[in-house]
Design a protein around this ligand. Sequence first.
Ligand code: COA
Length: 372
Amino acid sequence: MNLDGLPVSDRLPSKASGLEGVVVADTRLSHVDGERGELIIAGSRAEDLALSESGHFETVVERLFELGSNAPQADVRERLALARLSAFSSLDRLTTALVLPDAMDSLLAATAQGVAGGDALTVLGALPVYVAARARLRAGQTAIAPDATRSTATDFMAMLGLAENPARARSLDAYLMTVSDHGLNASTFATRVVASTGSDVMPCILAGLAALKGPLHGGAPGPVLDMLDATTNSEPRVWLEGELASGRRIMGMGHRIYRVRDPRAFVFERALARLEREDREPSTIAARIAHARRVEHAAEAVLRERHPDRPLCANVEFYTALLLEAVGIPRELFTATFAVGRSAGWLAHIEEQRHTGRLIRPAARYVGQLPD
Ligand code: COA
């Protein structure tokens, strides 16, 4: 194939399949070291942030926003609480969006209608309100109003109708902090592409939500739980081989960047162990973790046999499934809960893109017909 008589390969750099290894931005927000299995968010190791005694999601939001906008951020917790109240007061306008059967479709529709013209914290505060309100309405219940004195994690659980439980709220905080940012993953990239065109906040977030919904990105943890359920009373290897033979991927395994086990899997295992120690309710966490490890090891072995040159290990979604289950979040809300956490990173990236970036516009190699 050639254009103007020149082989295409002479006129464009070679294609990076799936943009693998291509650097398109400088960021101060997070760093992913795929060889060593390290994740730094806003200057701290993910495990130090997530498992600290005093940290909350709001702490990370504040730090990410300061880095993204290069400006101090005051009263983040209060402003997020006000944003939740404001989102709740406008739920009446969103009745069509809030009854959609898919939680992510609903979140996309509610965000598009509900926060048009809103700033970053307005959007960030609104998302947990939409997720919780839809879950309640779909179950034939009334939406529960937010409480401005609570943190995002505690209030999200309360709005879902879950009983107050500080140990579980701490675990949810650990989850939200850990997933708040992760380099230029697909949804963050999508968000930055839209921000690079000069668009406003809401459409940028819609791009992030749309990308996150896919099973190769944020849609995996529900199917991970299905896999754990399906293998509880059977030999995991048999089930895993059946999946691969049917042409399906093993959810929660493999990663574009990590060549070792995802560091967030370790963070979530530690958060689960802490929850088991602190939770007042009787729990099945220890048995669930033991089974998850069996399935993980079997999956690693099966994938190693098929891809000996490409290490395919557990990713964030594997233990997300267990952590969110232990917190009491219904599995159909796992991806939407991921969105609540990751939107902190998206919004900081939007600011960073606006301050430091340029229109993102890569090239494509034309391999179609030439006119006669
Ligand atoms: N199960 C089965 N095979 C897998 C696999 C998985 N989970 N992950 C990767 N592979 C295979 C691919 O089919 C590919 O095989 P091929 O070369 O014969 O075509 C090979 O390993 C390399 O994978 P590749 O598609 O190049 O990886 P990627 O970087 O494009 O994809 C993921 C990364 C995360 C999308 C991929 O590992 C995946 O689909 N995982 C399952 C979904 C998931 O857990 N998503 C959450 C990510 S945090």
